[in-house]
Design a protein. Structure first.
Length: 246
């Protein structure tokens, strides 16, 4: 039994519940974000906030990110998406390409995929050697601990769905001309390696969960529930530092 087995994927919200709870949490986040950015209160800026999204293909990362930033002024948040590293990026340490996108004090950044690719896709697909991805756990933990020591609020999400729900979403995507672009041959191939990815995810959660940067596994079988849970958890993480909006 791993951590993923403990996730309750039956959690659901009705449309009415989502509208009510999401609106409440979005307003809460807006006030916190304005305070962090020095736009409310005495003008003092707060600590940087970095929200990292990982998860299964079609687990709802994009929809959750959209709801997270939808009520925020685009000048106050930056969303960065990371795909496979380029030739030039591979000439550097694997963490190098993420540094320029990290937020400074008063800033907020959202990462759609992240440095965890090293111990997930690069591990499973053989793009990193065993020595490289095994070493990466300690490198990532130290990297995140150093960011947190400087005051950064790190929020890490793993968006979790069952293989059956993922397949249903794949089938809906391939028949929708406005969403079929999201589905690639690689997505289908990854399903054949599902157990290897499960093993990689479980080890990632186990070895990189730390007080400075804990993981939050989001039950994402129901998109409404997942979206509310994400916004609420970001607010909770900010307030857990003792920071409050005026």
């Amino acid at each position: 039994m791993g951590r993923l087995d403990d996730v309750d994927l039956t959690l659901r919200l009705t449309r009415k519940q989502e509208e009510s709870q999401l609106g409440e949490q979005e307003d809460r986040l807006l006030r916190l974000r304005l305070a962090l950015g020095g736009q409310m209160g005495d003008g003092t800026i707060g600590p940087p906030l970095c929200v990292v999204f990982e998860g299964w293909d079609a687990s709802g990362k994009g929809g959750a990110i959209k709801r997270l930033v939808d009520h925020l002024d685009p000048r106050h948040v930056r969303v960065s998406q990371f795909a496979a590293p380029t030739y030039d990026e591979k000439r550097h340490h694997f963490l190098w390409r993420f540094w320029p996108k990290l937020p400074g004090w008063g800033g907020m950044a959202v990462f759609d995929r992240s440095w965890y690719g090293r111990v997930l896709v690069e591990r499973v697909e053989g793009f990193a050697t065993k020595e490289q991805w095994q070493r990466a756990y300690g490198e990532i933990a130290s990297f995140e601990a150093s960011l947190a020591a400087e005051g950064m609020i790190l929020v890490k999400f793993w968006m979790h769905v069952s293989p059956e729900e993922q397949l249903r979403r794949f089938d809906r995507r391939k028949d929708d001309p406005l969403k079929s672009w999201k589905l690639t041959d690689e997505d289908w191939r990854n399903r054949d390696k599902h157990q290897r990815y499960v093993e990689a995810v479980e080890e990632m959660l186990d070895r990189t969960d730390q007080p400075a940067a804990p993981w939050f596994v989001v039950p994402a079988e129901d998109k409404r529930y997942a979206r509310v849970a994400v916004v609420r958890h970001v607010c909770d993480a900010i307030e857990a530092t003792g920071f409050r909006a005026p």
